[in-house]
Design a protein around this ligand. Structure first.
Ligand code: HEM
Length: 381
């Protein structure tokens, strides 16, 4: 709310102590995310003198602009299932339900659990490993890399950078080998299809293929963990919600959307650079500077959402910014939605009288990815 008092403001202590313009109102964020004068390309970001805080791989399409971004995203999308044709993801429903059931079975009978450690954390990484075709025996190693990348991505110490680079290079090396193995012996998974298919647009070069696989793992991991963690926390802070959702599971998809608005895992987007001067809300943002988009502030903008600080799963017209907007809008949104819907459906069905043990819980240290590090809950059965 404080940020929104000046919709476009200069902050000295931005990423890398370089300073950044912070944009915090819904309309202005939307406008910028659709503006071709804003670049996500890391090479432009580096020219502003900054070290990009996000993952550094220049082959990842999240760090590229059109036309490279659009071509790579389309190539990946045709093996993942675009939202309007998501049969592939629909087919994965039973597998996702199986994983959710397995995780809940593992904590059955325990009166107190760390929800993040036992449920929110293992679910997304297991699901994305199945989608990509990572053999089950390698999954534990994936947890370690994903954790190391996310934990160190926003750190500025030498040791954190070293650990980040090490984890990324190990992950890329592993992915390169996996691509080779899938090419020789393709399975029914996304990586095999990307490695072998020669569709109308041709095949993705290996450097991009490896980077895309690593991107899907990293971009889809901590975000979904945090949506589940923030989601559980929010529901338990509204004590009637569990019973309400149990009685009316039809409300679950809208609840997931409201959670993405109310407690978005990605609080703000960094590493954008202006390619030209941009006039916005009475301020002129110069060319060649860093811009940060405060999605979480936009999601609580009273000019867009009536009574924005109220958690209301029955809210209408809920086009939140939780997945971003424009050409980089979250690639994995349909997966994250289905996964969270299945998880919530089972959680409200199976957990007896869950309640919080510690409120507020300890949060992860990342400034841009918000979510509890641990979430202790008590249950009756
Ligand atoms: C992009 C949020 C889950 C893959 C984004 C962006 C946001 C976001 C805000 C925009 C980034 C930008 O504009 O720079 C989330 C949230 C998730 C989630 C809140 C879970 C609740 C996933 C999953 C996957 C995924 C499960 C993978 C399967 C991606 C990719 C991009 C992206 C590849 C880059 C898209 C592009 O550059 O075109 N996500 N995400 N995300 N997300 Fe997600």
């Amino acid at each position: 709310a404080q940020l929104r008092q000046t919709p476009v403001c200069w902050q000295e202590d931005g990423p890398d102590e370089r300073g950044t313009y912070v944009v915090s109102t819904y309309r202005e964020i939307e406008a910028l995310l659709h503006d071709p004068r804003i670049s996500s390309d890391l090479r432009n970001c580096a020219q502003t003198g900054g070290r990009p805080r996000t993952t550094m791989d220049p082959y990842r399409f999240i760090n590229l602009d059109p036309p490279e971004h659009d071509r790579l995203r389309r190539l990946a999308m045709c093996h993942f299932g675009p939202p309007e044709r998501s049969e592939y993801l629909e087919q994965l429903r039973p597998e996702m339900l199986r994983i959710v059931t397995m995780l809940l079975d593992q904590v059955r009978g325990q009166r107190q659990i760390d929800f993040v450690e036992r449920f929110a954390y293992p679910l997304p990484v297991t699901v994305i490993c199945r989608i990509l075709g990572v053999p089950r025996e390698d999954e534990p190693q994936f947890h370690v890399w994903a954790e190391a990348i996310v934990a160190n991505a926003s750190g500025s110490s030498k040791e954190q950078r070293r650990q980040l680079e090490q984890a990324q290079s190990d992950l890329n090396q592993y992915m390169a080998e996996l691509v080779e193995r899938h090419r020789e012996l393709p399975g029914d998974d996304m990586l095999s299809r990307m490695a072998t298919d020669t569709g109308p647009e041709g095949r993705m070069a290996d450097s991009y293929l490896v980077a895309t696989a690593a991107l899907l793992l990293v971009a889809g991991h901590e975000t979904t963990v945090n949506l589940l963690g923030n989601g559980m926390l929010t529901l338990l802070r509204h004590p009637t919600m569990f019973d309400r959702l149990r009685d009316a599971p039809d409300l679950i998809p809208a609840t997931v959307e409201e959670l993405l608005r109310y407690e978005p895992p990605v609080q703000f987007l960094v590493s954008r650079t202006t390619l030209d001067e941009i006039a916005l809300a009475g301020t002129t943002i110069p060319k060649g500077v860093r811009v940060t988009l405060a999605l979480a502030a936009g999601n609580r903008d009273p000019a867009r959402f009536p009574d924005p600080d109220r958690f209301d799963p029955e809210r209408r017209d809920n086009e939140h910014l939780g997945f971003g907007s424009g050409i980089h809008i979250c690639f994995g949104a349909p997966l994250a939605r289905i996964e969270t819907q299945i998880a919530l459906t089972e959680l409200v069905r199976r957990l007896e009288k869950p309640r919080l043990v510690v409120d507020p819980p300890p949060y992860r240290p990342s400034p841009s990815l918000r979510g509890p590090e641990h979430l202790l809950i008590k249950v009756d059965g």
